[in-house]
Design a protein around this ligand. Sequence first.
Ligand SMILES: NC(=O)c1ccc[n+]([C@@H]2O[C@H](COP(=O)([O-])OP(=O)(O)OC[C@H]3O[C@@H](n4cnc5c(N)ncnc54)[C@H](OP(=O)(O)O)[C@@H]3O)[C@@H](O)[C@H]2O)c1
Length: 326
Amino acid sequence: MSEFITNVPAYTLNTGAVMPAVGLGTFGSDKYTPDRIATAVSGAIRIGYRMLDCASVYQNEDQIGKVLDGLFKEGVVKREDLFITSKVWNDQHREVKKACEKSLKDLGLSYVDLYFVHWPFPNYHAPGCDGDSRNPDSKPFSVDEFMDTWRQMEELYDAGLVRAIGMSNMTISKLDAVLPLCRIQPAALEMECHPSFQQQELFDYAKAHNIVPIGFCPIGSPSRPERDRCETDVADTELPEVVKVAADHNIHPAVVCIKWAVQRGLCTIPFSVKEPQYISNLKCTTEDPLSAEEMELLKKADRDCRLVKGQVFLWPGADDWTQLWE
Ligand SMILES: NC(=O)c1ccc[n+]([C@@H]2O[C@H](COP(=O)([O-])OP(=O)(O)OC[C@H]3O[C@@H](n4cnc5c(N)ncnc54)[C@H](OP(=O)(O)O)[C@@H]3O)[C@@H](O)[C@H]2O)c1
């Protein structure tokens, strides 16, 4: 077996729970099969990963659940040593408990450590749809509708089905509108974050509100689905700032993105089904840190390049994806 990686940094949530700073992403980008991802989950846990970022819409929670069951039975890891997230998908905002129970059943767990509202509106598109798909029932963000969903999240927390609750794909103006109304504050905020899209204001806002930011697409999602690609996108692993730091450390530019994220104070959830990659992504946070000068240089890599634009969630009459991020 490969080496076992320890001493990965961690964050303490506002619940008191400790969450590793690196987790394995599990969205296969319509490219990797559920079984391939579940096999990677098994391999990743065996080499030291203790966090998984799951979601019902990734359509692989049952395969991951079977792998977890096997690892528990084999004595590789105990449930309490893992930090597992899941998310309610957009079409289940009015039945959050049912959605959560389905994820728990699929994952074979009695609770998840963190449960997210995946997107702040109930606008639905079929998994795997193309970028031009629109749903005529889609609506703009509504504080009332969001809070109805959040109340159901709070009930899940009260019932012990989830140990913390979080939000995802939010903006500062949406957070300003909903945080004062929350009985239970979010413990974490999942947000797109990589060198070319640093979201410094949102990152600072989360930290100031004692919400741990979790950065998704940390490597710039090089395998993302076609619907999430456009001509103006930049590749994080080709940015001159990232390439220079990578050359100086003799590491892959992807690994620079992970080091940068964790040293900046993010939890990061890189996806990979390839063992050498997922080993590097965890191990890199335990050795050979970036210098203060390198962290400064990487600040200059920001190109304000959002990759997950969410255009499939636009409502009738809205034609510009930036309206989703107001
Ligand atoms: N909350 C949300 O709305 C949301 C949205 C998007 C993503 N997420 C979460 O964030 C996770 C990560 O995002 P992502 O999967 O889109 O993108 P990502 O982690 O930025 O990129 C993953 C890809 O990077 C490459 N890679 C990974 N490690 C590497 C290494 N050490 N060296 C070289 N290349 C490496 C792999 O490409 P190859 O496959 O070509 O090898 C891999 O498929 C998802 O899996 C999901 O859990 C959440």
